[in-house]
Write a new protein. Structure first.
Length: 181
């Protein structure tokens, strides 16, 4: 993440890390047995990073944020994402295609980073979105041939990209700021 706002960067690292932990957890809905350890390790690493950077968010909460004056825009993006996810899941449920929930929700989450790039003025979110969307689209033919929950691969992909983005952002953050108190 590339931003001048310490709080925003620490928050993004903490948030994406905890999201990675959750997505790694969801990917264990129907995993390949040999991947359980890796998926669990990803969740643990995500939680540890979320705690470390969550503390920085708490300690720097009164610092500047790119959201100042545009919290409502952020809220609209999240609301639109939730409506798109919910509407798509209703369609999937009616078509008896609930195994596609993981892929669909992953796609919606990946796409919501496009407007967030403008909200935060951080163009690295476009890269995250592009990588996530490309991976989800490329795995679609393989997922169509399977009969397992798409969370097996889609949620693993979203989790891994979140964790990698958070790790890269953490390295940039620590090189720039250290671990400020």
């Amino acid at each position: 993440m590339f931003t001048e706002f310490l709080r925003d960067q620490a928050f993004a690292i903490a948030w994406l890390s905890i999201m990675a932990a959750g997505w790694f957890g969801w990917s264990q809905e129907d995993p390949r047995p040999r991947l359980r350890g890796v998926l669990g390790a990803g969740s643990v690493l995500g939680i540890l990073m979320a705690v470390a950077f969550g503390i920085l968010v708490w300690r720097n909460w009164s610092s500047s944020t790119a959201l100042e004056g545009q919290y409502w825009v952020f809220g609209l993006v999240v609301l639109a994402e939730a409506v798109l996810i919910g509407g798509g899941c209703i369609v999937l449920a009616r078509r008896k295609q609930t195994r596609w929930y993981g892929w669909w929700i992953g796609l919606c989450v990946a796409l919501h980073f496009i407007p967030l790039a403008w909200v935060f003025g951080d163009w690295s979110y476009l890269g995250l979105s592009a990588v996530q969307v490309a991976g989800l689209l490329l795995m679609t033919p393989t997922l169509r041939r399977g009969d397992y929950a798409t969370s097996r691969w889609a949620c693993s992909w979203v989790a891994a990209t979140f964790l990698l983005f958070a790790l890269l952002s953490a390295a940039i953050f620590l090189a720039k700021h250290g671990y400020p108190y």
